[in-house]
Design a protein around this ligand. Structure first.
Ligand code: NCD
Length: 314
């Protein structure tokens, strides 16, 4: 793949370091032009179908905003209860219908593999906005964009919370291992043992020789953030637990208080894909280390870049 024109974005694995570079370069240009008040019109006449079978605030709104800011239009739903899914229509029929009305599909669905399935059923590009606990590739693009804005040298990164069900963690770890292994001095995996990172991701880190500690008995439970450049906090994914009693055991396990953050190295940056529940206290928001709302903001230029590259206009 040498360009993104007409391509699906299903897993971060389908991309390459070169392609990621293209996305980031264009995102930077877009950001710069937006700062100067530019109005874009390169996707005029194009329609993005936004199909959200699971709740979303940032992903859905930033994709919609990105499309509109490029001069395009958006159709779709954010609650499948209001669509024919409620009447029993299957996913293949839904996307084959939407294909007639749009140029690109953005889909979020609770089932792993659903975005791939959708892409197999249509000719237009499909973008995975999260498929169950599996992957969330566009979040990874904005996460990497955010990391590279702050760090040009190699980094030590810690993932905290739900590493089992957190799809943003899965995609980001995959991208770091596949495309930037030499930029990572350490990956620290911090989670309760029932939420440790899946074997396939641990194996990938090992295979790519990404330096990581703390997964002796596979994971560290202790909230040890010492020496980290990036702390990637995550929400415990309540909705993915087969047994809510298990959730009760681990909910609220990690909480970043202003005291804990105050102890961190000055240059440490705290990221979070959001939404947060109680894992970062609101008083942390104003501290220098907190960059999660900048991270949210980066979703816009990154998704504008992505849509422009996929729909093949400048
Ligand atoms: C994440 C998601 O949906 O996977 N949110 C997001 O897209 N920014 C994380 C989460 O729901 O906890």
């Amino acid at each position: 793949m040498s360009s993104l024109k007409g391509e699906n974005i299903i897993s971060i694995r389908d991309l390459s370091r070169e392609i990621l570079g293209l996305v980031f370069k264009k995102a930077e240009e877009v950001e710069e032009r937006m700062k100067n008040g530019a109005i874009f019109s390169n996707l005029r006449g194009k329609v993005m179908a936004s199909l959200f079978f699971e709740p979303s605030t940032r992903t859905q709104l930033s994709f919609s905003s990105a499309m509109k800011k490029l001069g395009g239009e958006v159709i779709g739903f954010s609650d499948p209860e209001g669509s024919s899914t409620k009447k029993g229509e299957n996913l293949a029929d839904t996307v084959r219908t939407v294909e007639r009305y749009s140029n690109v599909v953005v889909i979020r669905h609770p089932k792993k593999g659903s975005a791939r399935w959708a892409a197999d059923n249509v000719e237009i590009p499909v973008i995975n906005a999260g498929d169950g606990a599996n992957q969330h590739p566009t979040q990874t693009l904005l996460d990497l964009y955010t990391i590279f804005k702050h760090f040009t040298e190699e980094i030590r990164i810690g993932f905290v919370g739900d590493l089992k069900y957190g799809r943003t963690v899965h995609s980001l770890i995959t991208a770091l291992a596949l495309y930037y292994p030499e930029k990572i001095k350490e990956v620290r995996l911090i989670s309760p043992s029932i939420l440790k990172l899946g074997e396939e991701y641990c194996e990938l880190l090992e295979r790519k020789k990404v330096g990581y500690i703390g997964i002796g008995s596979q994971t560290t439970e202790e909230l040890n953030l010492k020496g980290l450049d990036v702390v990637y906090m995550t929400r415990i994914q309540k909705e993915r637990f087969p047994d809510l009693e298990e959730y009760e055991k681990v909910k609220g396990i990690y909480k970043l208080s202003p005291e804990i953050v105050g102890e961190l190295d000055e240059g440490t940056k705290i990221m979070h894909p959001l939404p947060r529940i109680d894992e970062i206290s609101p008083e942390v928001d104003a501290m220098d280390q907190a960059i999660f709302f900048d991270q949210v903001g980066n979703g816009l230029p990154v998704r504008m870049s992505l849509l422009s590259l996929i729909l093949g206009e400048d």
